[in-house]
Design a binder for this molecule. Structure first.
Ligand SMILES: Cc1cc2nc3c(=O)[nH]c(=O)nc-3n(C[C@H](O)[C@H](O)[C@H](O)COP(=O)(O)OP(=O)(O)OC[C@H]3O[C@@H](n4cnc5c(N)ncnc54)[C@H](O)[C@@H]3O)c2cc1C
Ligand code: FES
Length: 258
């Protein structure tokens, strides 16, 4: 059930020069949010930004009734959101889209591969899977260590592995070159830059490992009405906002093979 609320910024954390996190609450109960679902935020006071911006749910605290977003500053909308301070309000429609599959048997071994802002939905996912007794390897990549924010937050929920292009932290190179990537898993989840997700999907397909990717197509309405986020799947055109953003790669051969 979608809801629309004015949230209050309860906490704002700057995470290096490019990222910030907002902890938000609206004083009421938080509906169930599946890992990989997203919100559409209204950017107020910036005339150049007409449409809401899609942002993944990074974390949910049902007891406190809060939701956390992790945001990378890339353009006018995210720059305006970066100016929000505690007690400011943020209007959001949520929860949107179809999230990651979490019906994984206890004792299974899964790999999560995140790059850039794509690490955002993986924290909620790793918490849910850890609660289910799933053994998680969390592999995060970025150009530099500074561009892998909140990495410490993942530590309680699995084995944390890092790859940086410049070698400033962890393995020097791409996530798919990290030794943990080639190990055996029951399932792989990935979210991040498209070339990274395609490389992960191709490898998972070759190794016969079930894999889900979270696509980040540009969006407008966020609810399947405007068709601006459509992607070509093996089952025909699908709206990333409504049918995704998470897709099983068995339906995306056309996407990852090109
Ligand atoms: C389902 C979904 C979940 C997302 N979750 C997060 C998240 O948790 N944290 C986060 O920081 N970002 C996330 N994004 C990306 C975020 O929506 C965009 O970065 C944001 O809309 C950019 O708005 P802007 O006004 O700052 O930039 P704009 O001025 O609109 O664009 C600035 C630059 O960013 C590029 N850009 C804009 N949107 C996207 C996009 N969706 N994918 C790739 N490039 C884009 C533009 O081409 C342009 O080059 C998500 C996107 C989707 C579709
Ligand atoms: S954003 Fe409008 S249909 Fe997906």
């Amino acid at each position: 059930m979608k809801e629309i609320h004015d949230f209050k910024v309860l906490e704002r954390r700057q995470l290096g020069s490019r990222y910030f996190a907002l902890v938000l609450g609206h004083g009421g109960r938080m509906p169930a949010v599946a890992p990989g679902q997203f919100v559409e935020v209204l950017v107020e006071g910036e005339p150049k930004v007409m449409l809401r911006r899609p942002i993944s749910v990074h974390d949910v605290d049902e007891e406190r009734g809060t939701m956390t977003l992790l945001i990378q500053i890339v353009g006018n909308g995210t720059r305006k959101l970066a100016a929000l301070q505690p007690d400011d309000k943020l209007n959001m429609v949520y929860p949107l889209g179809h999230g990651f599959s979490t019906d994984i048997p206890a004792g299974s071994s899964v790999l999560m591969v995140g790059g850039g802002a794509g690490i955002a939905p993986l924290l909620h996912l790793s918490k849910v899977l850890k609660d289910r007794g799933v053994d998680c390897t969390i592999l995060l990549g970025g150009r530099t260590a500074e561009l892998i924010p909140v990495r410490d937050e993942f530590e309680p929920y699995g084995r944390l592995c890092i790859a940086t292009d410049d070698g400033s932290l962890g393995h020097k190179g791409l996530v798919v070159e990290h030794p943990s990537f080639s190990e055996s898993y029951d399932m792989i989840y990935t979210c991040g830059p498209t070339p990274m997700m395609k490389a992960v999907a191709r490898s998972a397909a070759q190794r016969g490992i079930r894999c889900e990717v979270s696509l980040e197509n540009m969006m407008a309405c966020g609810v399947g009405a405007c068709l601006c986020c459509v992607t070509d799947t093996d089952q025909g055109h699908r709206c990333v906002c409504k049918d995704g953003p998470v897709f099983d790669i068995s339906t995306l051969k056309k996407w990852y093979q090109c």
